[in-house]
Write a protein that binds this ligand. Structure first.
Ligand code: ACM
Ligand code: ZN
Length: 806
C-alpha cells in the first residue's frame, strides 16, 4: 500500500559540499597515537541553526577542536553532567577523539577548552536559556539550569559540519566558527504527539523520537497510549488491558475507515504494548534530555480497547464480549459515567500508572466522545438527574471534573483536547486546541492554560504536499499541512490580550497513527515538519522567515542524510499553474516549488526530465495541450518526485469569467480565473482549484474576445455532502453574439441523492457548432442542504473547478 521507500532522496554529498561549507586551512596533527591519517582536513560549518536563536553575532575566526582539547564542567550538577556526557559521547564517536568531561569548579576561560557552567543570569536566560561564546581560544556555554546547558550543547552540535553525523568521515581536527549567542525559547511547551494505538510503534523508536526532539530543543513528548484500536501501557492491576486491549484483528486488506470488526472465531493478532519497565526507560531517557513525557489515556470516548478489556464500565449492561476496534470506530466506545465502577477503575488505574510519569500533566484526551450510549443508559440518565445536569454535555463535564479531582490528588494537572470545554471546563484543566483555535482562545480568556495545536497547522498526519506525489494511501484523504503552513503558525491568536496570551503554553505537532505503520512512515511524516514546529515553539515570530528557514533546513537535511534518515522531500515537488497570457489563444504555464528557489527542470515532449532538461526561469506561453514533466535537480540528482501534468487548452483558456453572485473566499477559491486555468481540481479539501458558491447559483459569463465556433461547453463540479458540497441541481448553458441577447444551448439536470463518497462530475452540453463571442453558464445550487443530510437546512455549497469551451 504505502511505500515510503519510493521517496528516497538522492542528494549526493559532493554537490552540497560546494554550496555549504568550505575546506578550511590545514592544521597540524600532533597526536600520532590517534590512528588517524595525516591528511590535513579541517571542515568548518556554516552557521545555519534550527531553531534560530534569539540573538547571534558572528565573529572572526574558528575554535579548533583537536585531540588535546579539554571539556570542562565548571559547576557541580549531576543533571548537567549527564546531559553533557550524552552529547559528548556522540561527538566522541564522530571525531574519534578521546573526549572526556573533567570537572573543575574554578575553570574560567581556559585555553583550548570548552567550559560549561551554571553561572548564567537566571533573570535574563530563564529556565531554558543559555549563552554560547565561541572564540579562537575558548568555547563557553553558560546557563542558569542544566536544561539551558543542554540546549547550548545542541547549538554547539549544529556548529559542527554535517560530517559530524557521517560515520565514515575522518578528520584530524574540527573547527567551530566563532559566534556569540544569547538564546532562550518563546514558549515553555514545545512538543510532539505520537499515536501508538492505531499502529504500535516499537519502544526503540520512542527513543529516536526523543532524540529528534532533543536536537531541536523541544521539551515535551505527548504519548497517546490508548485509543479504540489498542491499549499500549501495561497495568498490573488490570492485566486484561494488555491481554485483550492491546490486540486486534488487522484487516489491512480493507480501507481503514471501513474495516470490519473482529468476528467470532477470528484471532486478534495485531498489536503490542509497552511494559512498565519500558515506560520507565523512555521517561528516564527523555528526562536526561530535558524532555517531559505527558501520557494520554483517552477517555471517556476513544475507549473501545478499554471496554473490550473491562466490559463492566460500558453503558451496555450485557457484559460483552466486546472486541478491540478496527478502523473508524464511531460508537460503542464511550465509558459509562453513570456507574461508580467506572470511576473506581480510573482511580485504581491512575494510582498505579501516574507515578511512572514524573511530569506535571496527565492528558485525559476527552475528544470526540460519542454520547449515544449515554442517552440510552438508565444509569447515565439517573446521574444527569441526581447531579442536576442539563444534558449529556454536562455529563461529560461531570466525568472530566471527577477525573480531574483524582489527577489533582496525585499532585498532577489535567490537560485534554478542546472538547473538554463542552458542558463546562473542569476548574484547573488546561486545553489542547485542535479544532482550530476557538477552544484555545475561549479557555485562555477563562484563565486556563492552553497548548495551541490546530489541525490545519499542527496535524502532521496530513499530507505534506501535492497529493498525487505523496505516498499513495487511498483512505487518508487529501488534506494537507505543508511544511510552509506548519512553519507559518503563530501560537498566539490575535484575539488574545497580552495578559490572556500568557496562558498560551506553546505548541506541538500531532502524528495520528492510522496510516503510520512503522518507523519509516513515522520518519517520513515527522521530518522535516518537526523542525518547523521546533522553530515555531522556540523562536520569536519576527525572527522567523521562510526563505531563511529553507536555507538552514537544507543544511540540517544534510545531517539527516548522513544519519540515513529518510524524510519527506515534498517541498521540492513541482506545482504547475497557469496564468493569463497577453497572446490570444495562449495561456502561460508557471512552475513552482514550496521551497521557492529550487532549480526546476522540465520537458514538454513526454520524456522524463533529467539534469540536462530545460531549466525553468519564467512562465511561458503554450497554445496547445502538452504533457509537462518537471522535477528539481541538484546537479545530476533528482530531489523529490517528477510532476506530470497536462493542462487542457480550450477556447476559453485564460479568460476570466464574470460572476453574477460572488464566490466564497472563506470556503474555497474565489478567483474567477481559476475556472478557465486549464487545470482540473483534485478531490482535496485544500485544492486551490475549486471555486465555491455558498447558497447561491453560479452564474458565470465569459467574453471570448472574438466570435468563435463552439460546439460543447462543460462545467466540472464536486460533491462532498459531509462538507455541505452538492452537485448543482441543473446546469444551463447559453450563448450570445452581442453579450445582451443570450440563447439557451442546452441543460443538464441532476437528481440530488444521498451519497457518502466525494466525487467529481462534468456537466456537459453539446450542440451543433455555432459562432458566439459570449458564453453564460448557470449552475443551480441546491440552496439548502437536504433534510437527510447531516447539515439539513444549512446553506449548500456548489464547487466548480473548470469551464471548458470547445
Ligand atoms: C483529535 O484529533 N480527535 C484530537
Ligand atoms: Zn451509562
Amino acid at each position: 500500500m504505502k511505500k515510503p521507500n519510493e521517496y528516497k532522496l538522492r542528494v549526493k554529498m559532493g554537490y552540497f559540499v560546494v554550496l555549504f561549507f568550505m575546506i578550511a586551512g590545514s592544521i597540524s596533527c600532533t597526536n600520532t597515537k590517534s590512528g588517524l591519517s595525516h591528511s590535513k582536513v579541517n571542515v568548518v560549518a556554516e552557521i545555519r541553526l534550527i531553531p534560530q536563536p534569539l540573538t547571534k553575532e558572528i565573529t572572526k575566526g574558528t575554535f579548533d577542536i583537536v585531540p588535546t582539547t579539554r571539556w570542562i564542567l565548571a559547576s557541580d550538577n549531576a543533571a548537567a553532567q549527564r546531559g553533557i556526557e550524552i552529547v559528548l559521547e556522540e561527538f566522541q564517536k564522530a571525531t574519534r577523539f578521546p573526549l572526556k568531561l573533567e570537572k573543575d569548579l574554578t575553570a574560567g576561560k581556559v585555553k583550548n577548552a570548552l567550559v560549561f557552567n551554571l553561572n548564567g543570569d537566571k533573570e535574563k536566560l530563564g529556565k531554558e536559556g543559555y549563552t554560547l561564546s565561541v572564540t579562537p581560544g575558548n568555547v563557553s556555554i553558560s546557563a542558569a539550569t542544566p536544561a539551558g546547558v543542554f540546549y547550548g550543547l545542541q547549538t554547539l552540535r549544529q556548529l559542527f559540519p554535517p560530517e559530524l553525523e557521517d560515520n565514515s568521515f575522518k578528520a584530524n581536527g574540527w573547527s567551530l566558527p566563532c559566534v556569540e549567542i544569547t538564546d532562550k525559547p518563546r514558549f515553555v511547551w514545545r512538543g510532539d504527539m505520537l499515536d501508538v494505538s492505531r499502529h504500535f510503534l516499537p519502544f526503540e523508536f520512542m527513543k529516536k523520537n526523543i532524540d529528534y526532539l532533543a536536537r531541536y530543543k523541544m521539551n515535551t513528548f505527548h504519548w497517546h497510549l490508548t485509543d479504540d484500536q489498542g491499549w499500549r501501557i501495561e497495568s498490573k492491576k488490570y492485566p486484561r488491558l494488555t491481554e485483550i486491549g492491546a490486540w486486534r484483528v488487522d484487516h489491512n486488506d480493507q480501507l481503514w475507515w471501513v474495516r470490519q470488526p473482529q468476528k467470532p472465531g477470528e484471532k486478534a493478532t495485531y498489536g503490542g504494548y509497552y511494559t512498565q519497565d519500558e515506560i520507565r526507560e523512555v521517561v528516564k531517557y527523555a528526562a536526561e534530555r530535558f524532555i517531559t513525557v505527558v501520557p494520554e489515556i483517552d477517555m471517556p470516548g476513544h475507549s473501545r480497547a478499554t471496554i473490550a478489556s473491562i466490559p463492566e464500565i460500558f453503558c451496555d449492561g450485557s457484559g460483552g464480549p466486546f472486541t478491540v476496534g478496527t478502523g473508524g470506530v464511531r460508537s460503542g466506545n464511550t465509558l459509562c459515567p453513570g456507574k461508580e465502577e467506572t470511576f473506581k477503575f480510573i482511580e485504581t488505574l491512575l494510582t498505579e500508572v501516574l507515578p511512572l510519569f514524573p511530569g506535571d500533566y496527565f492528558d485525559i484526551g476527552g475528544d470526540e466522545a460519542n454520547k449515544s450510549s449515554w442517552m440510552k443508559c438508565p444509569r447515565c440518565q439517573a446521574r444527569i438527574k441526581s447531579e442536576g445536569l442539563k444534558d449529556e454535555h454536562e455529563l461529560q463535564s461531570y466525568f472530566i471534573g471527577r477525573v480531574e479531582k483524582i489527577v489533582n490528588s496525585h499532585g498532577k494537572k489535567l490537560i485534554g483536547w478542546d472538547e473538554i470545554l463542552e458542558g463546562g471546563l473542569a476548574p484547573n484543566a488546561a486545553v489542547m486546541s485542535w479544532r482550530g483555535e476557538r477552544g484555545g482562545i475561549m479557555a485562555a480568556k477563562m484563565g486556563h492554560d492552553v497548548v495551541m495545536t490546530p489541525m490545519d497547522y499542527c496535524y502532521i498526519n496530513l499530507l505534506q504536499g501535492i497529493p498525487a506525489l505523496e505516498p499513495p494511501v487511498p483512505d487518508l484523504g487529501t488534506s494537507q499541512a505543508r511544511l510552509s503552513t506548519v512553519y507559518s503558525y503563530d501560537p498566539v491568536p490575535a484575539e488574545l490580550t497580552e495578559e490572556e496570551a500568557k496562558h498560551v503554553l506553546g505548541t506541538q505537532g500531532n502524528l495520528w497513527g492510522e496510516f503510520v505503520l512503522n518507523e519509516a512512515d513515522a520518519n517520513y511524516m515527522l521530518l522535516p515538519r518537526l523542525l518547523a514546529i521546533a522553530e515555531v515553539g522556540w523562536t520569536p515570530k519576527n525572527n522567523r522567515i521562510w526563505d531563511d528557514f529553507v536555507v538552514r533546513l537544507e543544511y540540517n537535511l544534510k545531517r539527516l542524510n548522513n544519519l540515513g534518515i529518510k524524510y519527506a522531500p515534498s517541498m521540492y515537488n513541482v506545482e504547475v499553474s497557469t496564468q493569463m497570457s497577453e497572446k490570444e489563444g495562449f495561456v502561460k504555464l508557471a512552475l513552482s516549488t514550496e521551497h521557492g528557489k529550487a532549480p526546476i527542470r522540465y520537458s514538454l515532449d513526454g520524456s522524463d526530465p533529467n539534469e540536462n532538461s530545460e531549466l525553468y526561469k519564467n512562465p511561458f506561453d503554450i497554445d496547445r495541450t502538452v504533457m509537462i514533466k518537471a522535477a528539481v535537480f541538484r546537479g545530476p540528482s533528482k530531489i523529490g518526485r517528477t510532476t506530470e501534468k497536462s493542462p487542457l487548452i480550450h477556447k476559453a483558456a485564460g479568460i476570466t469569467p464574470v460572476f453574477s453572485h460572488p464566490a466564497s473566499k472563506e470556503l474555497g477559491n474565489a478567483e474567477a480565473r481559476s475556472l478557465t486555468d486549464c487545470l482540473r481540481g483534485t478531490l482535496s479539501r485544500n485544492s486551490k482549484e475549486w471555486v465555491a458558491f455558498e447558497g447561491v447559483d453560479m452564474i458565470a459569463t465569459l467574453d471570448l474576445r472574438t466570435q468563435k465556433s463552439v460546439s460543447s461547453i462543460l462545467v466540472g463540479c464536486m460533491e462532498r455532502q459531509s462538507q455541505r458540497i452538492f452537485w448543482p441541481q441543473k446546469v444551463d448553458v447559453l450563448g450570445s453574439v452581442d453579450g445582451t441577447d443570450f440563447r439557451l444551448l442546452g441543460s443538464v439536470s441532476n437528481t440530488v441523492e444521498n451519497r457518502r463518497e466525494s466525487r467529481a462530475k462534468d456537466f456537459k452540453v453539446s450542440f451543433p457548432a455555432s459562432e458566439f463571442r459570449f458564453i453564460r453558464i448557470q449552475a443551480a445550487n441546491v440552496g439548502a442542504c437536504p433534510a437527510w443530510s447531516a447539515d439539513a437546512g444549512k446553506k449548500a455549497l456548489l464547487y466548480a473547478d473548470e469551464i471548458i469551451v470547445e
